[in-house]
Write a protein that binds this ligand. Structure first.
Ligand code: DON
Length: 307
């Protein structure tokens, strides 16, 4: 049996194994709407490069995408401004929590990578300067690539995030003092919060990330990124996509991946498929416990890995 025809049976097997595994971590609790998520929920989808999707469990249930959106804003920004972007944000693992401030001062306002909050704020700032409407640009892109015209912001999440944004505001103001943020900070925070508030399902995100498995080519066959840019994004996902757990994630899963505090993780098998898994219980570093376990099983059972 080919790997693709067995994707469905692999997903079914993983869901059964995960259901039998106790200990799911805790949902993010910094805003009530995320804290109320049920840690027993679990969904997983695989999208082949031709757009064929397989799924199991809650794979069509929308969840809060949060930091997973940082991959898409990075792609939209890199496609528009190219190498210039890397003068404003680095591509080294930070080894620190995603919302940490400590490195910024001794590294002169240049964040370590685009996936910690500081780096994501720089990317959203640049996308805002390039498009005038970063969050809407992202929503339009995700709708087109997922094929889900109803994909939208979650106003309840956005409102709640807005009243818990002191740390992101501090990061943005601090970087503005180095000239690395140009959008007025309140407008930038509004765009970043809207970006993170997008709801989408595993099916939506597996499809929408397909260009990363197709070396930069979008669902309609047009090109978003050069092959080299797609490689750059996959590389930074592998080294920085799960924050201070990126080494452990690479060790267990062996694929570029990006997590969010909503409990979702996307992963890429270049040339082959994209995967999205969701389960809201997180470990202490902000990654979905069942999600990482499911991806670990996926690469073990299929033998698919970048290594
Ligand atoms: O910036 C924040 O705090 C959130 N809106 C997004 C954080 C997030 O998903 C980090 N990832 N694990």
């Amino acid at each position: 049996m080919s790997v693709s025809s067995s994707f469905q049976s692999v997903l079914d097997r993983i869901a059964t194994e995960i259901a039998a595994t106790p200990g799911r971590g805790r949902p993010a609790d910094y805003i009530p709407v995320l804290a109320s998520a049920d840690p027993q929920r679990f969904g997983m989808a695989v999208a082949e490069v031709d757009g064929t999707v397989y799924g199991v469990g809650d794979w069509q249930h929308p969840f809060s995408t949060q930091s997973i959106t940082k991959v898409f804003t990075l792609a939209l920004c890199l496609s528009r401004e190219g190498e210039e972007l890397w003068e404003h944000v680095g591509r080294e693992p930070s080894g620190n929590p995603f919302n940490s401030l400590v490195q910024l001062e001794y590294e002169a306002g240049i964040p370590r990578n685009p996936f910690i909050n500081a780096g994501a704020l720089v990317v959203t700032d640049r996308l805002q300067a390039l498009t005038g409407t970063a969050a809407d640009t992202l929503r339009t892109f995700l709708r087109a690539e997922s094929g889900n015209a109803g994909l939208d912001f979650n106003e309840q999440v956005a409102t709640s995030e807005a009243s818990h944004s002191d740390r992101n505001a501090a990061l943005a103001h601090f970087m503005a003092s180095y000239g690395n943020i140009r959008t007025p900070v309140p407008l930038l925070l509004d765009q970043y919060i809207r970006q993170c508030s997008l709801d989408a399902s595993c099916a939506d995100l597996a499809r929408a990330a397909g260009f990363l498995a197709r070396h930069g080519i979008l669902a309609d066959g047009s090109s978003l990124l050069t092959r080299s840019q797609a490689k750059q994004i996959n590389a930074v996902m592998l080294t920085c996509g799960t924050y201070d757990a990126a080494g452990d994630f690479a060790h267990r899963v062996g694929l570029p991946g990006k997590s969010g505090v909503g409990g979702g993780i996307i992963a890429v098998v270049p040339g082959r498929c994209t995967i999205c898994v969701w389960s809201p219980g997180l470990d202490e570093r902000g990654n979905s416990v069942a999600g990482v376990a499911a991806l670990d099983r996926f690469t073990t059972l299929t033998g698919l890995s970048v290594f």
